[in-house]
Write a protein that binds this ligand. Structure first.
Ligand SMILES: Nc1ncnc2c1ncn2[C@@H]1O[C@H](COP(=O)(O)OP(=O)(O)OP(=O)(O)O)[C@@H](O)[C@H]1O
Ligand SMILES: [Mg+2]
Length: 262
């Protein structure tokens, strides 16, 4: 298979001014000793600065694989650019924050110390400013009381909130999230989406979010990509007051009856 040929290229492609993320002819094959599996097949999509896109699909559809390809965690065939820069370059990486499906935290750090380190690594050099920002987000997400706890000892929902704060501290152009709300309680999910919407509005931060919670996603996203078994089966802007569950079921040929398990 042809490798990602533009790796380490610093050349900036001439894109339409507003295009933030562009994926062209992406194929991803997982290989082991005796077999190979094509997890993503000819993926092409793009979206603009300031937009929020939802990435949905059945278990195993390829959402995490696509996200890992964008953030530079996998080899693939094809091309991904962020603001015209190849996704693997320093420039492109500066623009992206990523919230993974599962969190891992260093053991010796408290929440405060961990987030402070992240702030400094992201270029913040005023400690008071960094603390102000960290405290604001901790209060907003209703976990201020955890400030001196160790992140690795927190519940998975609490850890997701720490990851979100971590992602926000570097002022990214694009936040990529892989099922960030899966284990958040309903009121926290609401606050989580509200905070993201606010950041999107105020800072024009783009968001790519994968989730199975479609009813909440439909009020939040501008556009939708639906993956089925490694292929894009739908890709378009959302319509006003659209019923995403019906659209998704139609695209995946799912016939459901509400609350009927007989
Ligand atoms: N490291 C790997 N080696 C081989 N196959 C893999 C690997 N990681 C994922 N796959 C396969 O690739 C396909 C896509 O997996 P992926 O994790 O991207 O799906 P997903 O859409 O994120 O699913 P979910 O909704 O369950 O999180 C699956 O069939 C999976 O078994
Ligand atoms: Mg996944």
């Amino acid at each position: 298979m042809k490798k990602n040929t533009t790796k380490n290229t610093l050349l900036k492609e001439n894109t339409t001014e507003n295009t933030l993320l562009k994926i062209e002819n992406l194929n991803k094959q997982y290989k082991s000793l005796f077999k190979s599996f094509l997890a993503l097949k000819n993926i092409n999509c793009k979206f603009n600065q300031g937009e929020i896109w939802g990435l949905i699909g059945n278990n195993g559809a390829g959402k995490t694989t696509l996200i890992k390809s964008i953030i530079g965690g996998l080899n693939f065939e094809g091309r991904i650019t962020i603001s015209g820069y190849n996704h693997d370059t320093k420039e492109a990486k500066k623009y992206i924050s990523y919230i993974p499906e599962k969190a891992t935290f260093p053991q010796g750090y408290s929440v405060k110390k961990y987030l402070l380190e992240i702030s400094f690594l992201s270029g913040e050099n005023k400690k008071e400013e960094a603390i102000k920002k960290i405290e604001y987000y901790l209060k907003y997400l209703e976990i201020y009381e955890l400030i001196n706890k160790k992140p690795y000892k927190l519940s998975s929902g609490q850890q997701k909130k720490i990851l979100l704060i971590q992602a926000l501290l570097s002022n990214p152009k694009l936040i990529i999230m892989d099922e960030p709300v899966a284990n958040l309680d309903p009121s926290t999910r609401y606050n989580f989406f509200r905070l993201l919407k606010k950041i999107n509005k105020n800072k024009k931060t783009s968001i790519l979010i994968s989730s199975h919670i479609l009813a909440e996603l439909e009020n939040f996203i501008d556009g939708i990509i639906i993956l089925k078994n490694g292929e894009i089966v739908a890709q378009r802007k959302m319509k006003k007051a659209e019923d995403l569950v019906s659209f998704y079921n139609k695209k995946l040929n799912i016939k459901t009856k509400r609350n009927n398990y007989e």
